[in-house]
Design a protein around this ligand. Structure first.
Ligand code: PHE
Length: 338
């Protein structure tokens, strides 16, 4: 291209440049190493000697002219690019903040954790057994013999002749004693199943079994531990009371009541006017059960208890229907946000 032609093309193409990629292509075409201006420079060898000086001067002028127009354009494009980026990244600090919805633990989960915390502080660790059990673990080795009427106390969901959904966490006792030697101090939390459903019963619910086996374990140890437990869960001035009861796997067996933490024992609707609320069952592990697990009952004794987790949660939070704990009603569950 001739000089004048280059200038014209340069100006025309410069006008078209709108962003930085185009600009760098443009630079290569005109000002790069093998660009048009450089080619003009190279053309000097074909120019007669006496015109070389003049030619060189003109090419230099074009070069400087082109460079300064290019620089101007570059400034302009840089400014445009930055403005576009700023516009894109602009944040309106006056907009209202996004509402972040965070969840919370289900009341049964936090109740379970709270209970585990209390017993962990007394040195208990955790064992979890299967929810599908066999007759042996759920009944027979717990001294609930075939045809024993107490089998009917627990409305069992049978899966086969031998397999069932565990009706309590007590089979965990057998599993622990089969696999560990005393001293034993263990909690077995988990889901249990019974064919039963009303305001305070659900076909699936949760229990927390406690088992301690060592030398010289007595009912006093049971009451002492449960005293600590109810004080931690309900309130410092709550007391426990043991009432005689019957479970085939404990002898003696007790029902444990707490003094009513709402009325302080005077009598109210929560304690049905009695001043006491039943919270759990327990007792001294029946020697037969220890022996069923190969533990020398002349040397060791044990205590066991089973706590209904829903029951404790319902009492603590004043929930009147167990179903509320399983319905997943978000408005209900939100109340338990810490
Ligand atoms: N397993 C009994 C129940 O479900 C509770 C219990 C556990 C009683 C341990 C005594 C000892 O009713």
């Amino acid at each position: 291209m001739k000089m004048e032609e280059i200038k014209a093309v340069f100006l025309a193409e410069l006008k078209q440049v709108e962003h930085s990629e185009q600009l760098s292509a443009f630079w290569t075409k005109f000002l790069g190493k093998s660009g048009e201006v450089q080619k003009l420079m190279g053309g000097i060898k074909n120019v007669p000697k006496e015109e070389k000086k003049d030619y060189g001067k003109k090419v230099n002028e074009i070069k400087n002219w082109a460079q300064s127009l290019y620089d101007e354009k570059k400034d302009e494009i840089d400014r445009l690019m930055i403005a576009a980026r700023y516009a894109k990244e602009a944040v309106d600090v006056t907009l209202p903040a996004k509402h972040v919805v965070s969840g919370n633990l289900h009341p049964l989960t936090s109740m379970k954790y709270e209970m585990i915390d209390v017993f962990a502080g007394m040195g208990f660790d955790i064992f979890e057994g299967p929810e599908i059990e066999d007759d042996d673990h759920n009944f027979t080795r717990l001294n609930v013999l075939k045809d024993h009427p107490s089998r009917d106390m627990q409305d069992t969901f049978w899966l086969t002749e031998d397999l069932l959904l565990r009706t309590h966490t007590s089979p965990g006792q057998i599993r622990v004693m089969d696999s560990r030697k005393p001293p034993i101090k263990v909690l077995v939390p988990g889901k249990v199943y019974r064919s039963d459903s009303d305001a305070t019963h659900s076909p699936m619910f949760s229990q927390m079994e406690g088992l301690v086996v060592d030398e010289n374990i007595t009912l006093c140890d049971l009451q002492g531990m449960l005293d600590q437990f109810v004080k931690a869960i309900f309130s410092e001035d709550v007391k426990t009371r043991l009432r005689p009861s019957y479970f085939p796997f404990t002898e003696p067996s007790v029902e444990v009541d707490v003094s009513c933490f709402r009325c302080g024992g005077a009598g109210c609707s929560l304690c049905k006017g009695t001043g006491w609320i039943e919270v759990l069952g327990g007792g001294i592990v029946n020697k037969k059960v220890l022996e069923n697990c190969g533990i020398d009952s002349s040397k060791y004794s044990g205590l066991a208890f089973g706590i209904g987790i829903e029951r404790i949660a319902m009492l603590k939070y004043g929930i009147d229907h167990m179903g509320k704990l399983f319905e997943n009603d978000i408005e209900f569950l939100k109340q338990f946000k810490a």
